[in-house]
Design a protein around this ligand. Structure first.
Ligand SMILES: Nc1ncnc2c1ncn2[C@@H]1O[C@H](COP(=O)(O)OP(=O)(O)OP(=O)(O)O)[C@@H](O)[C@H]1O
Ligand SMILES: [Mg+2]
Length: 368
């Protein structure tokens, strides 16, 4: 087993036609712990695949070094890295059936026949492709092919698994099932796994550690709960959570302690949140609040509330999403579906101030 370390790694692509350069990975410093499930999360083009390809040895960085365990592998050939990678655009051996596609790598490593058979059956069961072992890749659907590609990496039991959106072609139900299987397998084998996705739900359920990236730069590293409850900046606040955190223009003022002014309403800021806010007195900040931390003031019997105008109500069964606005800021609250909003569409929104966060409007970093 082995952890992976990036030290000041930069990867630049020079695009020949446009003669422009793209910094795909920008001075990356990252410690991927041994034996854990690490997820790289970020929007399209943020550098996730490039980061995986650097680990695999399919890209060589312009600057910096990469270590697997204690070994510096920056320029080591991919074959010498004992890594199994599932690519975003996977390719199977077209002339071999599924069984042979899965067995191929193990045969090359001269595994005994019995063990090959055992491992192939185990993986096929886990990925729900047992019925397909005799078929060739062109007789499979996209989602089935993708599972075979994943299986081919899994059977090898390497030191490191690299997985680039390996479930993207599966339907939601199968995706959720395979996700749990993957997690169980990783727990059982304890293989260092780096998993790329742009789906924050997938990242939250799978990752022991989640690395949020944007424009080739790490935005935050943490457990799902850290990212959700204490986003380091506005980018992470917006990226994690569905619907995302509400971000509202507000002003900090001093009046019997610190208060935050939204529209014409003054809300008390709990003592523990006041730290670092002194330098923002009489200045604008961005207030962040999760949809579930906005409640119905009447039901809770609260006398401090913001009167808002409701735009749309989305009924989702167990809950409703109430979309409203305060000046130009659009806001969503997640409420129990019993809540009834008045006919005039005026709604008294209570903000749970114990849960609010503040961000600097210029740097966009958390003020905490
Ligand atoms: N071979 C290449 N030549 C030129 N530019 C590239 C090359 N590969 C990637 N890039 C650029 O580098 C940046 C990062 O690409 P990368 O494939 O790592 O993104 P990603 O996070 O995996 O995105 P996605 O979620 O869409 O797969 C992008 O701007 C991309 O256009
Ligand atoms: Mg990619």
């Amino acid at each position: 087993m082995a952890g992976i370390r990036f030290e000041n790694v930069t990867k630049i692509f020079h695009q020949e036609e446009t003669r422009k350069s793209v910094v795909a990975v920008n001075n990356l410093n990252l410690e991927i712990p041994d034996g854990r499930f690490t997820v790289l999360l970020g929007p399209s083009g943020c550098g996730k695949t490039t980061t995986l390809r650097l680990i695999a040895g399919l890209e060589i960085p312009e600057r910096g070094d990469i270590y697997i365990g204690d070994r510096r592998v920056t320029r080591t050939h991919p074959k010498e890295r004992n890594i199994a990678m599932v690519f975003q655009d996977y390719a199977l051996y077209p002339h071999m059936n599924v069984y042979n596609n899965l067995a191929f790598g193990l045969r090359n490593l001269r595994f005994p026949k019995r063990e090959i058979e055992e491992r192939v059956r185990e993986v096929a069961k886990m990925l729900q492709i047992e019925e397909l072992l005799e078929r060739t890749p062109r007789e499979l659907s996209g989602g089935q092919r993708q599972r075979v590609a994943l299986g081919r990496a899994i059977v090898r039991h390497p030191e490191v698994y690299l997985m680039d959106e390996p479930l993207s072609n599966l339907d939601a139900k199968l995706r959720a099932e395979v996700r749990i299987e993957l997690l169980e397998l990783q727990r059982k084998l304890g293989t260092t796994t780096v998993y790329v996705t742009h789906d924050q739900v997938e990242a939250m359920t799978l990752g022991d550690i989640i690395v949020v990236m944007n424009n080739g730069i790490i935005q935050q590293i943490g457990k799902a709960r850290d990212l959700y409850e204490r986003p380091a900046n506005i980018f992470v606040a917006r990226f994690i959570g569905s619907p995302p955190m509400n971000l509202i223009k507000a002003t900090i003022i001093r009046q019997d302690g610190l208060k935050v002014k939204i529209d014409d309403t003054l809300l008390d800021i709990p003592k523990e949140k006041c730290e670092n806010l002194e330098s923002y007195i009489d200045k604008e900040v961005i207030l962040g609040i999760r949809p579930e931390d906005i409640k119905d003031a009447i039901i809770l019997g609260k006398d401090k509330y913001i009167i808002s105008t409701v735009d749309v109500i989305e009924y989702l069964g167990a809950e409703v999403l109430v979309h409203f606005h305060i000046n130009s800021d659009k806001i969503v609250a997640r409420l129990d579906s019993e809540v009834e909003i008045g006919k005039d569409r005026k709604w008294r929104a209570y903000f749970d101030t114990k849960k609010i966060q503040f961000f600097d409007p210029i740097t966009e970093n958390s003020i905490a």
